[in-house]
Write a protein that binds this ligand. Structure first.
Ligand code: RB5
Length: 145
């Protein structure tokens, strides 16, 4: 499993914490920035991470901004991306089981580091359950045509 990760300035500190978590678990990742708390535009980072997932360079993506809202809206504009904004563990599990979400979005200004790491862990460990959900995810893809 390889992870593309990125944030804007509003998510920079949480991104660093998530990266520490990935490194502790020996999960390979690439950091698409930003690399400081200097102000940047979140659609640029969301695009870079989402495109890297959509073209299969990375299996999954994690994108963080202040609320997680901007990056999720932007990432979902990229064909093939199913980005889920999750601030609780149940949603993180369901985003994988039911929606086969390939990008997780988080908001640094919304949740703490401990919960964020638990959400990331749950989201990475949970498999897509397929079955009837496969049909529904295919219908999402049809909306892109
Ligand atoms: C940046 O101030 C903030 O707007 C951004 O991080 C994000 O929350 C947008 O949705």
């Amino acid at each position: 499993m390889s992870i593309a990760i990125g944030s804007d300035h509003g998510g920079y500190k949480l991104k660093e914490a998530v990266i520490r978590f990935l490194a502790e678990k020996n999960i390979p990742y690439h950091d698409f920035g930003t690399y400081s708390t200097d102000s940047v535009d979140y659609p640029d980072i969301a695009r870079d991470v989402a495109q890297a997932v959509a073209n299969n360079s990375y299996e999954k993506g994690i994108i963080i901004c202040g609320t997680g809202i901007g990056v999720s809206i932007a990432a979902n504009k990229i064909k093939g991306i199913r980005a889920a904004l999750c601030h609780d563990v149940f949603s993180a599990a369901m985003a994988r089981e039911h929606n086969n979400a390939n990008v997780l979005c988080l908001g640094e200004r919304v949740i703490g580091i401990g919960l964020a790491q638990l959400i990331v862990d749950t989201w990475l460990r949970t498999e897509f359950s397929g079955g009837r959900h496969e049909r529904r995810v295919c219908k999402i893809a049809m909306l892109e045509e």
